[in-house]
Ligand binder design. Structure first.
Ligand SMILES: NC(=O)c1ccc[n+]([C@@H]2O[C@H](COP(=O)([O-])OP(=O)(O)OC[C@H]3O[C@@H](n4cnc5c(N)ncnc54)[C@H](O)[C@@H]3O)[C@@H](O)[C@H]2O)c1
Length: 455
Protein backbone atom coordinates (compact mmCIF):
# COMPACT_ATOMS: atom_id res chain seq x y z
CA UNK A 1 0.00 0.00 0.00
CA UNK A 2 1.34 3.44 -0.87
CA UNK A 3 0.76 6.26 1.61
CA UNK A 4 -2.84 6.98 2.53
CA UNK A 5 -4.33 5.38 -0.59
CA UNK A 6 -7.48 3.62 0.53
CA UNK A 7 -6.52 4.01 4.20
CA UNK A 8 -7.24 6.47 6.97
CA UNK A 9 -4.97 9.51 7.04
CA UNK A 10 -4.15 10.31 10.67
CA UNK A 11 -2.54 13.49 11.95
CA UNK A 12 -0.59 13.45 15.19
CA UNK A 13 1.36 16.10 17.03
CA UNK A 14 1.47 18.20 20.16
CA UNK A 15 -1.15 20.76 21.20
CA UNK A 16 -0.96 23.80 18.94
CA UNK A 17 0.60 21.93 16.00
CA UNK A 18 -2.37 22.72 13.75
CA UNK A 19 -3.87 19.23 13.54
CA UNK A 20 -7.47 20.49 13.42
CA UNK A 21 -6.93 23.33 10.94
CA UNK A 22 -4.70 21.32 8.62
CA UNK A 23 -6.81 18.16 9.00
CA UNK A 24 -10.01 19.97 8.08
CA UNK A 25 -8.39 21.42 4.94
CA UNK A 26 -6.85 18.07 3.92
CA UNK A 27 -10.26 16.42 4.36
CA UNK A 28 -11.93 19.11 2.27
CA UNK A 29 -9.42 18.79 -0.55
CA UNK A 30 -9.46 14.98 -0.58
CA UNK A 31 -13.27 14.92 -0.13
CA UNK A 32 -12.90 12.57 2.83
CA UNK A 33 -14.85 12.75 6.11
CA UNK A 34 -12.99 14.64 8.84
CA UNK A 35 -12.97 13.60 12.48
CA UNK A 36 -11.28 15.70 15.14
CA UNK A 37 -11.04 13.31 18.03
CA UNK A 38 -11.22 15.95 20.79
CA UNK A 39 -14.22 17.63 19.18
CA UNK A 40 -15.96 14.27 18.79
CA UNK A 41 -15.30 13.43 22.45
CA UNK A 42 -16.79 16.78 23.51
CA UNK A 43 -19.82 16.23 21.27
CA UNK A 44 -20.52 12.89 22.91
CA UNK A 45 -19.31 13.37 26.47
CA UNK A 46 -19.20 17.11 27.19
CA UNK A 47 -16.23 19.47 27.75
CA UNK A 48 -12.76 17.89 27.89
CA UNK A 49 -11.98 20.00 30.98
CA UNK A 50 -14.88 18.33 32.83
CA UNK A 51 -13.74 14.88 31.75
CA UNK A 52 -10.23 15.67 32.91
CA UNK A 53 -11.59 16.91 36.23
CA UNK A 54 -13.05 13.42 36.75
CA UNK A 55 -9.63 11.89 36.05
CA UNK A 56 -7.30 11.70 33.09
CA UNK A 57 -7.59 7.91 32.99
CA UNK A 58 -11.29 8.03 32.08
CA UNK A 59 -10.55 10.55 29.38
CA UNK A 60 -7.80 8.34 27.90
CA UNK A 61 -10.13 5.33 27.88
CA UNK A 62 -12.81 7.26 25.98
CA UNK A 63 -10.17 8.60 23.60
CA UNK A 64 -8.81 5.11 22.93
CA UNK A 65 -12.29 3.67 22.24
CA UNK A 66 -13.25 6.47 19.92
CA UNK A 67 -9.97 6.25 17.98
CA UNK A 68 -10.61 2.51 17.59
CA UNK A 69 -14.13 3.18 16.36
CA UNK A 70 -13.06 5.72 13.74
CA UNK A 71 -10.09 3.63 12.56
CA UNK A 72 -12.41 0.64 12.06
CA UNK A 73 -14.67 2.56 9.66
CA UNK A 74 -14.40 1.21 6.11
CA UNK A 75 -14.49 4.61 4.37
CA UNK A 76 -11.05 6.27 4.54
CA UNK A 77 -11.19 9.45 6.59
CA UNK A 78 -8.89 12.17 7.83
CA UNK A 79 -8.50 11.86 11.59
CA UNK A 80 -6.87 14.42 13.86
CA UNK A 81 -5.83 12.66 17.05
CA UNK A 82 -5.55 14.47 20.39
CA UNK A 83 -1.98 15.26 21.45
CA UNK A 84 -1.85 12.42 24.01
CA UNK A 85 -3.69 9.76 21.99
CA UNK A 86 -0.56 8.26 20.36
CA UNK A 87 0.86 7.38 23.79
CA UNK A 88 -1.69 4.56 24.14
CA UNK A 89 -0.20 1.18 23.15
CA UNK A 90 -3.60 0.01 21.86
CA UNK A 91 -3.91 3.08 19.61
CA UNK A 92 -0.30 2.66 18.49
CA UNK A 93 -1.13 -0.88 17.34
CA UNK A 94 -4.26 0.27 15.50
CA UNK A 95 -2.34 3.03 13.71
CA UNK A 96 -0.28 0.35 11.96
CA UNK A 97 -3.19 -0.06 9.53
CA UNK A 98 -3.46 3.67 8.83
CA UNK A 99 -1.12 6.29 7.35
CA UNK A 100 0.10 8.60 10.08
CA UNK A 101 1.62 12.04 9.54
CA UNK A 102 3.33 13.90 12.37
CA UNK A 103 2.98 17.67 12.39
CA UNK A 104 5.92 18.86 14.47
CA UNK A 105 5.74 22.20 16.27
CA UNK A 106 8.27 24.27 18.14
CA UNK A 107 7.57 24.21 21.89
CA UNK A 108 7.65 28.05 22.02
CA UNK A 109 5.06 28.33 19.25
CA UNK A 110 2.92 25.64 20.83
CA UNK A 111 2.94 27.40 24.21
CA UNK A 112 2.12 30.77 22.63
CA UNK A 113 -0.83 29.27 20.79
CA UNK A 114 -2.42 27.30 23.61
CA UNK A 115 -1.51 28.98 26.91
CA UNK A 116 -4.74 31.02 27.07
CA UNK A 117 -7.08 28.38 25.71
CA UNK A 118 -7.88 26.80 29.07
CA UNK A 119 -6.74 23.35 27.97
CA UNK A 120 -6.23 21.13 31.01
CA UNK A 121 -2.63 20.27 30.12
CA UNK A 122 -1.60 23.80 29.25
CA UNK A 123 -2.00 25.34 32.68
CA UNK A 124 1.64 26.08 33.47
CA UNK A 125 4.63 26.41 31.19
CA UNK A 126 7.00 24.12 33.10
CA UNK A 127 4.81 21.04 32.98
CA UNK A 128 3.78 21.91 29.42
CA UNK A 129 7.44 21.74 28.34
CA UNK A 130 8.01 18.48 30.21
CA UNK A 131 4.97 16.94 28.59
CA UNK A 132 6.21 18.12 25.20
CA UNK A 133 9.52 16.30 25.70
CA UNK A 134 7.81 13.12 26.92
CA UNK A 135 5.42 12.96 23.97
CA UNK A 136 8.02 13.26 21.20
CA UNK A 137 8.95 9.57 21.36
CA UNK A 138 5.32 8.52 20.81
CA UNK A 139 4.95 10.74 17.72
CA UNK A 140 8.19 9.44 16.31
CA UNK A 141 7.07 5.87 16.93
CA UNK A 142 3.73 6.11 15.11
CA UNK A 143 4.69 8.50 12.30
CA UNK A 144 4.99 7.21 8.72
CA UNK A 145 5.92 10.73 7.58
CA UNK A 146 6.48 14.27 8.83
CA UNK A 147 4.81 17.37 7.31
CA UNK A 148 4.41 21.05 8.11
CA UNK A 149 1.38 22.23 6.15
CA UNK A 150 -1.59 21.10 4.05
CA UNK A 151 0.40 20.55 0.85
CA UNK A 152 3.08 18.72 2.83
CA UNK A 153 0.47 16.31 4.22
CA UNK A 154 -0.96 15.72 0.72
CA UNK A 155 2.54 15.05 -0.65
CA UNK A 156 3.33 12.65 2.17
CA UNK A 157 0.00 10.87 1.70
CA UNK A 158 1.06 9.94 -1.85
CA UNK A 159 4.80 9.50 -1.11
CA UNK A 160 5.81 12.63 -3.05
CA UNK A 161 9.02 14.38 -1.98
CA UNK A 162 9.55 17.89 -3.34
CA UNK A 163 12.87 19.68 -2.93
CA UNK A 164 15.61 21.34 -4.90
CA UNK A 165 19.00 19.73 -5.29
CA UNK A 166 20.07 16.19 -6.04
CA UNK A 167 19.77 13.83 -3.10
CA UNK A 168 21.20 10.38 -3.60
CA UNK A 169 18.29 7.99 -3.53
CA UNK A 170 18.52 5.36 -0.84
CA UNK A 171 16.53 2.22 -1.48
CA UNK A 172 16.58 -1.12 0.22
CA UNK A 173 17.12 -4.23 -1.91
CA UNK A 174 18.17 -4.70 -5.54
CA UNK A 175 17.45 -1.87 -7.99
CA UNK A 176 17.56 -1.04 -11.70
CA UNK A 177 17.42 2.39 -13.29
CA UNK A 178 15.36 3.01 -16.43
CA UNK A 179 16.54 6.35 -17.74
CA UNK A 180 15.74 8.60 -20.69
CA UNK A 181 19.03 8.54 -22.65
CA UNK A 182 18.88 12.29 -23.24
CA UNK A 183 18.39 13.06 -19.56
CA UNK A 184 21.26 10.76 -18.66
CA UNK A 185 23.57 12.83 -20.87
CA UNK A 186 22.56 15.98 -18.97
CA UNK A 187 22.17 14.87 -15.35
CA UNK A 188 23.77 12.54 -12.83
CA UNK A 189 21.62 9.43 -12.32
CA UNK A 190 19.74 9.55 -8.99
CA UNK A 191 21.37 6.35 -7.76
CA UNK A 192 24.32 4.16 -8.50
CA UNK A 193 22.95 0.96 -10.02
CA UNK A 194 22.43 -0.99 -13.26
CA UNK A 195 21.29 1.49 -15.92
CA UNK A 196 18.91 0.82 -18.80
CA UNK A 197 19.07 3.72 -21.28
CA UNK A 198 15.81 4.17 -23.21
CA UNK A 199 14.36 6.48 -25.86
CA UNK A 200 11.64 8.82 -24.55
CA UNK A 201 9.04 6.63 -26.14
CA UNK A 202 6.38 4.50 -24.49
CA UNK A 203 6.09 1.81 -27.12
CA UNK A 204 5.74 -1.94 -26.96
CA UNK A 205 9.17 -2.24 -28.61
CA UNK A 206 10.93 -0.36 -25.81
CA UNK A 207 8.93 -2.21 -23.15
CA UNK A 208 9.93 -5.52 -24.72
CA UNK A 209 13.62 -4.57 -24.70
CA UNK A 210 13.30 -3.78 -21.00
CA UNK A 211 11.41 -6.94 -20.08
CA UNK A 212 14.18 -8.93 -21.74
CA UNK A 213 17.07 -6.99 -20.22
CA UNK A 214 15.89 -6.52 -16.62
CA UNK A 215 17.44 -8.64 -13.90
CA UNK A 216 15.69 -7.28 -10.78
CA UNK A 217 14.10 -9.95 -8.57
CA UNK A 218 10.52 -9.79 -7.20
CA UNK A 219 11.62 -7.78 -4.19
CA UNK A 220 13.61 -5.35 -6.33
CA UNK A 221 12.75 -1.78 -7.33
CA UNK A 222 12.75 -0.14 -10.75
CA UNK A 223 13.60 3.56 -10.70
CA UNK A 224 12.33 5.68 -13.60
CA UNK A 225 14.35 8.78 -14.52
CA UNK A 226 12.86 10.93 -17.28
CA UNK A 227 9.68 12.66 -18.43
CA UNK A 228 6.17 11.27 -18.60
CA UNK A 229 7.11 8.97 -21.48
CA UNK A 230 9.75 7.28 -19.33
CA UNK A 231 7.75 7.16 -16.08
CA UNK A 232 4.67 5.81 -17.92
CA UNK A 233 6.82 3.18 -19.63
CA UNK A 234 8.95 2.15 -16.65
CA UNK A 235 5.90 2.15 -14.37
CA UNK A 236 4.10 -0.16 -16.79
CA UNK A 237 7.13 -2.41 -17.12
CA UNK A 238 7.29 -2.51 -13.29
CA UNK A 239 3.57 -3.39 -13.15
CA UNK A 240 4.02 -6.32 -15.47
CA UNK A 241 7.59 -7.62 -14.99
CA UNK A 242 7.47 -10.75 -12.78
CA UNK A 243 3.76 -9.88 -12.30
CA UNK A 244 4.73 -6.64 -10.61
CA UNK A 245 7.74 -5.16 -8.87
CA UNK A 246 7.97 -1.90 -6.91
CA UNK A 247 8.95 1.32 -8.66
CA UNK A 248 10.05 4.85 -7.85
CA UNK A 249 9.58 7.85 -10.14
CA UNK A 250 12.12 10.64 -10.58
CA UNK A 251 10.39 12.92 -13.11
CA UNK A 252 12.59 15.30 -15.13
CA UNK A 253 10.02 17.32 -17.08
CA UNK A 254 7.61 19.94 -15.78
CA UNK A 255 4.70 17.85 -17.08
CA UNK A 256 6.11 14.85 -15.24
CA UNK A 257 6.65 16.69 -11.95
CA UNK A 258 3.19 18.27 -11.82
CA UNK A 259 1.21 15.46 -13.37
CA UNK A 260 2.45 12.37 -15.22
CA UNK A 261 4.62 10.80 -12.49
CA UNK A 262 1.92 11.23 -9.86
CA UNK A 263 -1.10 8.99 -9.47
CA UNK A 264 -0.16 5.50 -10.54
CA UNK A 265 -1.41 5.52 -14.13
CA UNK A 266 1.17 3.76 -16.27
CA UNK A 267 1.01 2.57 -19.84
CA UNK A 268 2.10 2.39 -23.43
CA UNK A 269 0.91 4.12 -26.58
CA UNK A 270 -0.65 1.79 -29.07
CA UNK A 271 -1.81 3.30 -32.34
CA UNK A 272 -4.05 5.80 -30.67
CA UNK A 273 -2.86 6.74 -27.19
CA UNK A 274 -2.53 5.06 -23.82
CA UNK A 275 -4.59 2.07 -24.90
CA UNK A 276 -2.58 -0.41 -22.83
CA UNK A 277 -1.89 0.32 -19.21
CA UNK A 278 -2.19 -0.47 -15.55
CA UNK A 279 -2.65 1.31 -12.27
CA UNK A 280 0.60 0.77 -10.39
CA UNK A 281 1.46 3.37 -7.79
CA UNK A 282 5.12 4.39 -7.38
CA UNK A 283 6.49 3.81 -3.87
CA UNK A 284 8.03 7.28 -3.99
CA UNK A 285 7.98 10.24 -6.36
CA UNK A 286 11.09 12.40 -6.09
CA UNK A 287 10.46 15.89 -7.47
CA UNK A 288 13.56 18.06 -7.95
CA UNK A 289 12.84 21.28 -9.90
CA UNK A 290 16.60 21.72 -10.50
CA UNK A 291 16.34 18.94 -13.11
CA UNK A 292 14.21 21.27 -15.23
CA UNK A 293 17.10 23.68 -15.90
CA UNK A 294 17.97 21.79 -19.10
CA UNK A 295 14.42 21.42 -20.37
CA UNK A 296 13.83 22.78 -23.91
CA UNK A 297 11.37 25.73 -24.03
CA UNK A 298 8.72 23.78 -25.93
CA UNK A 299 8.75 21.09 -23.24
CA UNK A 300 8.40 23.75 -20.56
CA UNK A 301 5.43 25.18 -22.43
CA UNK A 302 3.88 21.73 -22.62
CA UNK A 303 4.27 21.44 -18.85
CA UNK A 304 2.77 24.90 -18.33
CA UNK A 305 -0.41 23.67 -20.06
CA UNK A 306 -0.76 21.12 -17.23
CA UNK A 307 0.00 23.84 -14.65
CA UNK A 308 -2.75 26.06 -16.10
CA UNK A 309 -5.13 23.10 -16.11
CA UNK A 310 -4.34 22.42 -12.46
CA UNK A 311 -4.73 26.07 -11.47
CA UNK A 312 -8.15 26.24 -13.18
CA UNK A 313 -9.26 23.05 -11.44
CA UNK A 314 -7.94 24.21 -8.06
CA UNK A 315 -9.30 27.74 -8.48
CA UNK A 316 -5.90 29.26 -7.67
CA UNK A 317 -3.45 31.15 -9.87
CA UNK A 318 -0.78 28.55 -9.29
CA UNK A 319 1.11 29.78 -12.36
CA UNK A 320 1.96 33.03 -10.51
CA UNK A 321 3.89 31.23 -7.77
CA UNK A 322 7.65 30.83 -7.90
CA UNK A 323 8.71 27.64 -9.65
CA UNK A 324 9.22 25.35 -6.66
CA UNK A 325 5.99 26.47 -4.98
CA UNK A 326 4.09 26.16 -8.24
CA UNK A 327 5.28 22.60 -8.77
CA UNK A 328 4.66 21.67 -5.13
CA UNK A 329 1.12 23.09 -5.23
CA UNK A 330 0.26 21.34 -8.52
CA UNK A 331 1.60 18.04 -7.17
CA UNK A 332 -0.48 18.50 -4.00
CA UNK A 333 -3.62 19.20 -6.01
CA UNK A 334 -3.14 16.09 -8.12
CA UNK A 335 -2.46 14.07 -4.98
CA UNK A 336 -5.70 15.32 -3.41
CA UNK A 337 -7.74 14.18 -6.41
CA UNK A 338 -6.00 10.80 -6.58
CA UNK A 339 -6.53 10.28 -2.84
CA UNK A 340 -10.27 10.80 -3.31
CA UNK A 341 -10.52 8.50 -6.30
CA UNK A 342 -7.39 6.42 -7.02
CA UNK A 343 -8.89 4.31 -9.83
CA UNK A 344 -10.90 6.96 -11.69
CA UNK A 345 -14.36 5.83 -10.68
CA UNK A 346 -15.53 9.42 -10.32
CA UNK A 347 -13.77 12.63 -9.29
CA UNK A 348 -10.43 11.80 -10.91
CA UNK A 349 -11.97 12.30 -14.37
CA UNK A 350 -11.83 16.08 -13.76
CA UNK A 351 -8.11 15.84 -14.55
CA UNK A 352 -9.16 15.45 -18.19
CA UNK A 353 -10.04 19.16 -18.33
CA UNK A 354 -8.98 20.32 -21.80
CA UNK A 355 -7.72 16.86 -22.74
CA UNK A 356 -10.79 15.56 -24.56
CA UNK A 357 -10.60 18.26 -27.25
CA UNK A 358 -6.80 18.23 -27.08
CA UNK A 359 -6.60 14.52 -27.85
CA UNK A 360 -9.00 14.86 -30.77
CA UNK A 361 -6.83 17.57 -32.32
CA UNK A 362 -3.64 15.58 -31.71
CA UNK A 363 -5.15 12.51 -33.36
CA UNK A 364 -6.43 14.56 -36.31
CA UNK A 365 -2.90 15.95 -36.81
CA UNK A 366 -1.49 12.42 -36.92
CA UNK A 367 0.31 13.35 -33.69
CA UNK A 368 2.35 16.11 -35.32
CA UNK A 369 0.59 18.69 -33.10
CA UNK A 370 2.48 18.90 -29.79
CA UNK A 371 0.60 17.51 -26.79
CA UNK A 372 1.01 20.75 -24.79
CA UNK A 373 -0.26 22.90 -27.65
CA UNK A 374 -3.22 20.58 -28.10
CA UNK A 375 -4.04 20.75 -24.37
CA UNK A 376 -3.81 24.56 -24.49
CA UNK A 377 -6.44 24.56 -27.26
CA UNK A 378 -8.52 22.05 -25.33
CA UNK A 379 -8.45 24.30 -22.25
CA UNK A 380 -9.61 27.18 -24.42
CA UNK A 381 -12.59 25.11 -25.57
CA UNK A 382 -13.38 24.12 -21.97
CA UNK A 383 -13.37 27.78 -20.87
CA UNK A 384 -15.53 28.85 -23.82
CA UNK A 385 -18.08 26.10 -23.17
CA UNK A 386 -18.04 27.05 -19.48
CA UNK A 387 -18.69 30.70 -20.32
CA UNK A 388 -15.53 31.77 -18.48
CA UNK A 389 -12.81 34.27 -19.45
CA UNK A 390 -10.05 32.83 -21.62
CA UNK A 391 -7.28 35.08 -20.21
CA UNK A 392 -5.11 32.60 -18.31
CA UNK A 393 -4.91 30.24 -21.26
CA UNK A 394 -4.40 33.00 -23.83
CA UNK A 395 -1.83 34.90 -21.76
CA UNK A 396 0.21 31.95 -20.53
CA UNK A 397 -0.04 29.48 -23.39
CA UNK A 398 -0.85 31.62 -26.50
CA UNK A 399 -2.65 28.77 -28.27
CA UNK A 400 -2.61 28.90 -32.09
CA UNK A 401 -5.47 27.43 -34.16
CA UNK A 402 -4.64 23.88 -35.19
CA UNK A 403 -4.06 23.09 -38.86
CA UNK A 404 -6.05 19.88 -39.02
CA UNK A 405 -8.98 18.50 -40.98
CA UNK A 406 -12.17 19.35 -39.00
CA UNK A 407 -13.91 16.13 -40.07
CA UNK A 408 -10.99 14.04 -38.85
CA UNK A 409 -10.94 15.92 -35.54
CA UNK A 410 -14.69 15.43 -35.10
CA UNK A 411 -14.40 11.71 -35.83
CA UNK A 412 -11.54 11.46 -33.28
CA UNK A 413 -13.59 13.31 -30.65
CA UNK A 414 -16.42 10.84 -31.11
CA UNK A 415 -14.06 7.90 -30.58
CA UNK A 416 -12.93 9.26 -27.19
CA UNK A 417 -12.73 6.65 -24.41
CA UNK A 418 -14.56 8.82 -21.91
CA UNK A 419 -18.17 8.02 -22.59
CA UNK A 420 -21.21 7.50 -20.39
CA UNK A 421 -24.21 5.69 -21.93
CA UNK A 422 -22.72 6.38 -25.33
CA UNK A 423 -22.44 10.13 -24.69
CA UNK A 424 -19.11 11.93 -24.50
CA UNK A 425 -18.32 13.20 -21.01
CA UNK A 426 -16.54 16.56 -20.91
CA UNK A 427 -15.12 18.51 -17.98
CA UNK A 428 -16.37 22.07 -17.63
CA UNK A 429 -16.01 24.62 -14.84
CA UNK A 430 -18.92 26.24 -13.00
CA UNK A 431 -16.20 28.66 -11.92
CA UNK A 432 -12.45 28.23 -11.44
CA UNK A 433 -12.09 25.61 -8.69
CA UNK A 434 -15.51 24.09 -9.41
CA UNK A 435 -15.11 21.42 -12.11
CA UNK A 436 -18.09 19.41 -13.26
CA UNK A 437 -18.48 16.37 -15.54
CA UNK A 438 -21.21 16.78 -18.09
CA UNK A 439 -22.50 15.86 -21.52
CA UNK A 440 -23.37 18.39 -24.24
CA UNK A 441 -25.37 18.34 -27.49
CA UNK A 442 -23.29 17.34 -30.52
CA UNK A 443 -23.84 20.70 -32.21
CA UNK A 444 -22.29 22.55 -29.28
CA UNK A 445 -19.30 20.19 -29.12
CA UNK A 446 -18.75 20.52 -32.83
CA UNK A 447 -18.90 24.34 -32.69
CA UNK A 448 -16.35 24.42 -29.87
CA UNK A 449 -14.04 22.02 -31.73
CA UNK A 450 -14.28 23.95 -34.99
CA UNK A 451 -13.41 27.18 -33.17
CA UNK A 452 -9.96 25.67 -32.38
CA UNK A 453 -9.16 24.81 -35.99
CA UNK A 454 -7.57 27.18 -38.52
CA UNK A 455 -9.96 27.63 -41.37
N1 LIG B 1 0.46 8.81 -16.26
C1 LIG B 1 -0.17 9.96 -16.26
O1 LIG B 1 -1.01 10.23 -15.40
C2 LIG B 1 0.16 10.97 -17.31
C3 LIG B 1 -0.33 12.28 -17.20
C4 LIG B 1 0.04 13.20 -18.17
C5 LIG B 1 0.86 12.80 -19.24
N2 LIG B 1 1.28 11.51 -19.33
C6 LIG B 1 2.13 11.05 -20.43
O2 LIG B 1 3.37 11.72 -20.41
C7 LIG B 1 3.92 11.68 -21.70
C8 LIG B 1 4.62 12.99 -21.99
O3 LIG B 1 5.61 13.20 -21.05
P1 LIG B 1 6.46 14.54 -20.95
O4 LIG B 1 5.66 15.66 -21.42
O5 LIG B 1 6.99 14.59 -19.58
O6 LIG B 1 7.59 14.36 -22.03
P2 LIG B 1 8.62 13.19 -22.46
O7 LIG B 1 8.91 12.26 -21.38
O8 LIG B 1 8.08 12.63 -23.73
O9 LIG B 1 9.92 14.05 -22.76
C9 LIG B 1 9.88 15.09 -23.72
C10 LIG B 1 11.29 15.39 -24.23
O10 LIG B 1 12.03 16.05 -23.20
C11 LIG B 1 13.27 15.38 -22.99
N3 LIG B 1 13.65 15.61 -21.59
C12 LIG B 1 13.09 15.07 -20.49
N4 LIG B 1 13.63 15.60 -19.38
C13 LIG B 1 14.54 16.50 -19.79
C14 LIG B 1 15.42 17.39 -19.11
N5 LIG B 1 15.42 17.47 -17.77
N6 LIG B 1 16.24 18.14 -19.84
C15 LIG B 1 16.21 18.08 -21.20
N7 LIG B 1 15.40 17.28 -21.89
C16 LIG B 1 14.57 16.50 -21.19
C17 LIG B 1 13.02 13.96 -23.41
O11 LIG B 1 14.20 13.31 -23.77
C18 LIG B 1 12.09 14.16 -24.59
O12 LIG B 1 12.81 14.46 -25.74
C19 LIG B 1 2.79 11.37 -22.66
O13 LIG B 1 2.98 10.08 -23.19
C20 LIG B 1 1.55 11.38 -21.79
O14 LIG B 1 0.59 10.43 -22.19
C21 LIG B 1 0.95 10.59 -18.38
Amino acid sequence: VVGALGRHLVLVGFMGAGKTTIGREVARSTERPFVDLDEEIERRHGPVTDLFAQGEEDFRRIEEQLAAEVLARPEPSVLALGGGAPTSPATQARLAGAFTVWLPVDVEDAWRRVRQTGRPLAADEGSFRQLFDRRLAAYELVADAVAHDVDGVLHAALAIEVGRGARPLELAGPTALVADERVLDLHEPPLDTVVHRVRAEKTLAVAEELWAALRVPRDGTIVAFGGGSTTDLAGFVAATYLRGVAWVAVPTTLAGQVDAAIGGKTGLDLGGKNLVGAFHFPRRVIVDPDLLATLPVEERRAGMAEVVKTGLLAGRELWSLDETEMIAACAAYKASVVLTDPYEQGRRAVLNLGHTFGHALEAASGYSLRHGDAVALGLLAALRLSGLPEDPVVELLSPQPARVDPERAWAALQRDKKRRNGELVVVLLDSPGEPRLTTLPDAELRRALDSLIAG
